[in-house]
Design a protein around this ligand. Structure first.
Ligand SMILES: Cc1ncc(COP(=O)(O)O)c(C=O)c1O
Length: 364
């Protein structure tokens, strides 16, 4: 018997979440962002859910090959562009659109031999200070690209640093609009947080939006808003079972470092899930968990293969009882991944991407 832990992927939730993105930005075409193997869900597993998008955005060339192998004939965008000159050969062969964010990528294009000119997305750094040409340089980069026979259409892209928070996007929208006002071409600005919070703001509406985390059922601005607020559904469930039940007396402690002390007589359940499965070790006592669909909390430190949960609200729980670490539980119950991430001082993105290889994954 394998350990009872399992991850379930829900492609129809991805489809529903992408419809939600479309409703928020109805005039824009929609990139489904599937980098990091679809944020840990597996590109092949979510493919049915993303087929309704207008394009697929990612950054790993091997992932682009996998998307073409699945039969996707629509646009694929390399969000970081090429990493070395020979990547352009794959762009030509697979008709990949690619971001151009630094001069060397233009040099490589100028030296590239191709019969089919490439569609490129010129990236402007409007304040994130990660990738892209600054406001002074974006015009000359556009002029260089426009002069190349290897280049077809040039679109413009930028990325927001604070779409999920109080600083917002206005300062970047203004910098982008000012620096690109004389440049033609389609525009792409918004990530998930901007789609949900700012898509209709002045200057944010654009030709393309890029939906990443929202597609997978995590609220980009948790805890200000949760997935119920945004109408999103979890696309990943991590479930397991109780493999033991322990009665505790007042004063008994639980797990490594004795981090939890029972104040009263109680029962705890031991779950077949630990940090070697991708569950965050930093999630302290009280991190939410569902047992038989009933909400309770963890107790004590998470260990490599096990964690402990308070069974007080679930007196009928026994070894074999179903445990939902995040995602969909029985009887319509839901535990958003954001709650677990928040308890561990991280974000839903990290937990999804960190699902461990040893966890068997199935499409629900
Ligand atoms: C350039 C770019 N666009 C879009 C996204 C999608 O972001 P999110 O998952 O927050 O929607 C990312 C992710 O980091 C990105 O780097």
């Amino acid at each position: 018997m394998p350990r009872p832990i399992q991850a379930l992927i829900h492609p129809e939730a991805v489809a529903a979440n992408l419809r939600r993105a479309r409703a928020a930005a109805p005039d824009a075409r929609l990139w489904a962002v599937v980098k990091a193997d679809a944020y840990g869900h597996g590109i092949e597993r979510v493919y049915e859910g993303i087929r309704g998008a207008d394009g697929i955005a990612l950054l790993d060339l091997a992932e682009a090959e996998r998307v073409r192998a699945l039969g996707w004939r629509g646009p694929i965008l390399l969000l970081e562009g090429c990493f070395e000159p020979r990547d352009l050969e794959l762009c030509s062969r697979l008709a990949l659109w690619h971001v151009v964010h630094r001069e060397a990528q233009i040099d490589w294009l100028a030296a590239h031999k191709t019969h089919e000119p490439h569609r490129v997305f010129l990236k402007m750094n409007s304040g994130m200070n990660r990738l892209g040409f600054g406001p002074q340089a974006v015009g000359s980069a556009w002029t260089r690209l426009n002069a190349l026979p290897q280049v077809d259409e040039i679109s413009l892209v930028t990325h927001f640093s604070d779409a999920d928070g109080p600083r917002g996007v206005d300062h970047q929208v203004a910098a982008f609009a000012q620096a690109t006002r004389d440049l033609p071409g389609e525009r792409s600005l918004s990530n998930s947080a901007a789609i949900l919070r700012h898509a209709q703001d002045q200057g944010v509406r654009a030709d393309w939006v890029r939906a990443g985390i929202l597609s997978y059922g995590s609220a980009p601005d948790y805890p200000e808003h949760d997935i119920a607020h945004w109408g999103l559904q979890p696309a990943m469930t991590l479930r397991s079972e109780l493999i033991a039940v322990q009665p505790l007396q007042p004063g008994d402690t639980v797990g490594y470092g004795s981090r939890y002390t029972a104040e009263r007589a109680m029962r705890i359940g031991i779950v077949a899930c630990g940090y070697a499965d991708g569950y965050p070790r930093h999630a302290g006592s009280g991190t939410p968990v569902l047992v038989q669909g009933v909400r309770t909390g963890t107790v004590g430190r998470v260990s490599m293969d096990m964690l402990a949960v308070d069974l007080t609200p679930v007196p009928s729980a026994q070894p074999g009882s179903e445990v939902t670490l995040w995602g969909r539980g029985p009887h319509g119950s839901v535990l958003p991944i954001d709650e677990v991430a928040h308890a561990a001082g991280t974000i839903g993105y990290e937990l999804m991407c960190a699902l461990a290889r040893r966890v068997p994954v199935a499409v629900a």
